[in-house]
Design a protein. Structure first.
Length: 438
């Protein structure tokens, strides 16, 4: 990449490259898999938030009903559909992401693309191309800004996700370079999202995703407006990277791969930071078959970023449970799994689970902190009352590119999510077939 180009120009050029590139079948398949996974988690999220969504829809007086709320038969205006499909996609804590960028992706990139696709604005191939570009830009930008971006309290899904969503539209719609620059400028100045949104049992973390998807869509529409943006909205003196992070001026790395090849997908319905600990706990329970009443205490060693905001044992609701590593490990030990059903109001009030959670201590392991984010590892040790101890370390939990979910596992996850949403099995099979044939 030409080092004289500013960051906004670099991203614009990358979008233009993706518009023209013929990808390998493996990368097209990755885009299809991202779409399938998103449709699944969004469908389940629509069921989970059914009451809240119906309240929002009852206040929607717009007569333009052209875009589907995924997982339902409702068609509404694109703004409402994108907003709701964005937060539904993040509600289950089962959406994909990237560990180096610390960002969720499909839930902000797919809603605006699908709204435009449903209105025949571009082809199926362009839909997939937009997904690839959205992931590429959002992850590349997030990596350049991390970890200081998160340390400042920004929700990367909301900030870099807005740029990714806008870039996806600019790619799918074949925008020219000036239009891309305007789109990126509009996206950057509207990008936001604070991590405080996940504290105190708040349910509004998913709102960040919905608002991001909508902001990306609006920025994409502005790209055709003829408005002119600044020379470098991203890397300028008061640009996004300098204001929101400790970015030191380095170029974005596009060298080795497309970032859609390096994402993770989630098998467990909780914050990704807890997944290594969950997997270790499930392994120990299945391997050594001890009874919960035999446990004296449980130690979870992990990296520093996995502790801040994730070490609480006072669970204030389902959203709070999903953010808690002690709760996640407790359900893994009690049930041998950590899916949708395990993060329920009934389990939150389960006295045996609360007692088990009280035995869990989360501590920082400096070696694991140094290894992160290359490895987001955890070491779980279960100490029994009889003096025996069992330990398991997990460096790459299921779903990471080093330990990927297979196509079969992804389809099983999709079917389970649709089953939770009470979707007819024939319809589920039809959706899977249509997506794989895109």
């Amino acid at each position: 990449m030409n080092k004289t180009m500013n960051i906004t120009e670099q991203i614009s050029k990358r979008i233009l490259e993706i518009q023209r590139k013929e990808f390998s079948e493996e990368i097209w398949d990755q885009a299809r898999a991202c779409l399938l996974d998103y449709i699944g988690v969004c469908t389940a999220g629509a069921k989970l938030l059914q009451v809240q969504n119906e309240e929002i829809l009852s206040r929607n007086l717009d007569n333009c009903k052209k875009c589907t709320i995924i997982g339902t038969e409702n068609k509404v205006d694109p703004y409402t559909a994108i907003l709701i499909n964005g937060w539904n996609g993040h509600a289950m804590e089962l959406d994909d992401g990237h560990r180096f960028g610390m960002i969720h992706l499909a839930t902000v990139i797919c809603p605006p693309l699908l709204a435009l696709f449903e209105n025949d604005m571009f082809s199926k191939k362009q839909l997939l191309r937009g997904i690839i570009a959205g992931y590429e830009v959002a992850v590349g930008l997030a990596i350049a800004m991390q970890p200081s971006h998160k340390q400042r309290g920004y929700h990367t899904t909301g900030t870099c996700g807005t740029i990714g969503a806008a870039a996806a539209i600019a790619t799918a719609m074949d925008y020219k370079e000036k239009e891309i620059k305007t789109t990126l400028s509009a996206a950057a100045t509207s990008a936001g999202g604070l991590l405080e949104i996940q504290e105190d049992g708040s349910d509004l973390k998913a709102f960040n995703a919905g608002q991001t998807a909508l902001n990306g869509y609006i920025a994409g529409q502005l790209g055709k407006s003829g408005w002119k943006g600044p020379e470098d909205i991203l890397g300028g003196p008061r640009g996004m990277l300098r204001v929101m992070s400790d970015w030191s001026g380095q170029n974005i790395d596009w060298s080795n791969h497309f970032y859609i090849e390096t994402i993770y997908r989630k098998p467990y319905a909780s914050c990704r930071h807890s997944h290594s600990a969950i997997e270790a706990a499930i392994f120990l329970k299945k391997t050594y078959k001890f009874f919960l009443k035999e446990i004296k205490n449980i130690e979870v060693q992990t990296y520093k970023a996995a502790i801040l905001g994730h070490n609480h044992k006072q669970i204030c609701g389902v959203s709070s449970a999903k953010m808690s590593t002690p709760y996640s490990v407790a359900v893994a030990l009690m049930f041998g799994k950590a899916g949708i059903a395990e993060f329920s109001n009934e389990n939150i009030e389960n006295s045996d689970l609360i007692k088990l959670m009280s035995l869990i201590e989360i501590v920082e392991n400096e070696d694991l902190t140094k290894a992160a984010p290359k490895k987001r590892a955890a070491i779980v040790t279960v100490h029994l009352k009889n003096g025996k101890s069992y330990m398991k370390q997990v460096d790459f939990p299921k779903g990471e590119p080093e330990n990927p979910m297979s196509k079969e596992e992804l389809e099983i996850k999709f079917s389970e999510l649709c089953s939770f949403a009470e979707i007819n099995k024939n319809k589920v099979s039809n959706i899977k077939e249509q997506i794989w044939m895109l």
